[in-house]
Design a protein around this ligand. Structure first.
Ligand SMILES: CC(=O)N[C@H]1[C@@H](OP(=O)(O)OP(=O)(O)OC[C@H]2O[C@@H](n3ccc(=O)[nH]c3=O)[C@H](O)[C@@H]2O)O[C@H](CO)[C@@H](O)[C@@H]1O
Length: 395
């Protein structure tokens, strides 16, 4: 990696230790490009810790992105509540930070893992870097508990890597100093564009009809909301013979049971196990549209030119909604059925929504983040000019 300023102190470039803490599939997808780039830097020692938050999906995603954890935290006792996971993680991460003494702890997003990592770093007086900083909804408990995590993490973060200008503005509104914020883009677009460029093969069981790619597993949609949304989707498919559904079902039993109850046994609705990332990218590329409550898919599908209907009433990702390619439809039967019917009937609308837009990044977010880490943790303070960590305004 080329650092224009390295000549200033090339004799004795300090080496810094960075600990990434990840716990779920999207966190791996989103930190992998940063880890890979940072590992190429001679000034960085990189450690990866997995938290055990999502053990069923994590190992395959780690393998796909070639991330070998230095520490995999396993939990003996039941850790199915955010409180149980946070308290166990805090103890384990505190011990690890005490042993390794990193210069910086990094985590992505809004999971219990990211929240615990930020507290562990704070108690040890270690700098914390937050990737995908500044996403907000108006309500502290939606999504629950992620919105609380985001806001709490911001309080002790030393460097906020905001994916968009709007996310950076959210932080400024919370009185975060502008010098602590960079607008990096979202690293998910780095991963997405890299995989898309390698032309991933379509999963063999992907329907050869106009296909809705469906994913749904948000905690706040469990129960009636999911049941309503799935009922509407099934009714739409019944009435539209050239449309199929491809649904990689999340292993969470709350999501899985409702999916099987409402959507199984239909010749044009395919429920499949969770996909590897290459398969997801190929599925998005070949989908007619995406229906989802996932955060990541709201970011990925617009970049691949696919319309997205979001099964939520609010989103912390308003940029693609503003671009007109993502629509918030909630979960009520009428709204979900109506939105699908409209997309089907109104070809002008479909065409408007089916164009590639890049509000979440240009594929170079990890480069900007690694450069910011270099400036913050390696350059002497007098050389960290404001040019580096300035707030870019919306273009
Ligand atoms: C609404 C919300 O609060 N979402 C948060 C959630 O992500 P999010 O809601 O995106 O979590 P998901 O579990 O849906 O993961 C999405 C990612 O997994 C991929 N995928 C999906 C299905 C599949 O079978 N295989 C697969 O690889 C998708 O392409 C995407 O990249 O945790 C992230 C990590 O902290 C945060 O950034 C998000 O803000």
């Amino acid at each position: 990696m080329h650092h224009p300023r390295r000549e200033h102190f090339s004799q004795s470039t300090p080496v810094r230790t960075f600990v990434f803490v990840v716990g779920t599939r999207p966190e791996v997808i989103k930190v992998a490009p940063i880890v890979r780039r940072l590992r190429e830097a001679e000034w960085a020692v990189v450690r990866v810790v997995t938290s055990g938050q999502q053990s069923d999906l994590l190992d395959s995603t780690l393998a796909e992105f070639d991330l070998r954890p230095d520490l995999s935290i396993r939990h003996r006792s039941n850790c199915h509540t955010p409180a149980a996971l946070a308290s166990q993680l805090l103890r384990r991460l505190d011990r690890y930070c005490g042993q390794v003494r990193p210069d910086c702890v990094l985590a992505q997003g809004d999971t219990t893992t990211a929240y615990a990592a930020s507290i562990a770093a704070f108690y040890r007086k270690i700098a914390f870097v937050h990737v995908e900083a500044g996403l907000r909804t108006p309500s502290l408990d939606a999504p629950f508990p992620e919105e609380f995590h985001r806001r709490s993490i911001a309080v002790s973060t030393s460097l906020h890597c905001a994916p968009t200008s709007a996310a950076a503005q959210n932080l400024v509104r919370e009185n975060i100093a502008r010098e602590k914020i960079i607008v990096s883009g979202n690293t998910v677009i780095d991963s997405l564009l890299e995989v898309a460029a390698s032309k991933p093969a379509l999963p063999a069981d992907f329907p050869r009809l106009r296909t809705i790619l469906l994913t749904a597993h948000r905690r706040e949609n469990f129960g009636e909301p999911l049941r309503d949304a799935f009922t509407a989707i099934r009714a739409f498919v019944d009435l539209t013979p050239d449309v199929a559904v491809y649904f990689p079902v999340h292993p969470n039993p709350n999501a899985r049971e409702t999916a099987i109850e409402i959507l199984s046994g239909h010749p044009r609705i395919r429920l499949v196990d969770p996909l590897g990332y290459r398969d997801v990218v190929a599925a998005i590329q070949n989908a007619w549209c995406v229906v989802t409550d996932s955060g990541g898919l709201q970011e990925e599908a617009p970049a691949l030119g696919k319309p997205v209907l979001v099964l939520r009433d609010v989103t912390e990702r308003p940029e693609a909604v503003a671009s007109g390619v993502v629509e918030l439809v909630g979960t009520s039967r009428d709204q979900v059925f109506g939105a699908l019917s409209e997309l089907n009937k109104n070809s002008a609308k479909y065409t408007r929504m089916a164009r590639p837009v890049f509000p979440y990044g240009d594929g170079h977010a990890s480069k900007r983040i690694v450069e910011a880490l270099y400036r913050q943790f390696v350059l002497p303070p007098q050389m960290r000019s404001a040019e580096i960590i300035q707030l870019h305004h919306a273009s």
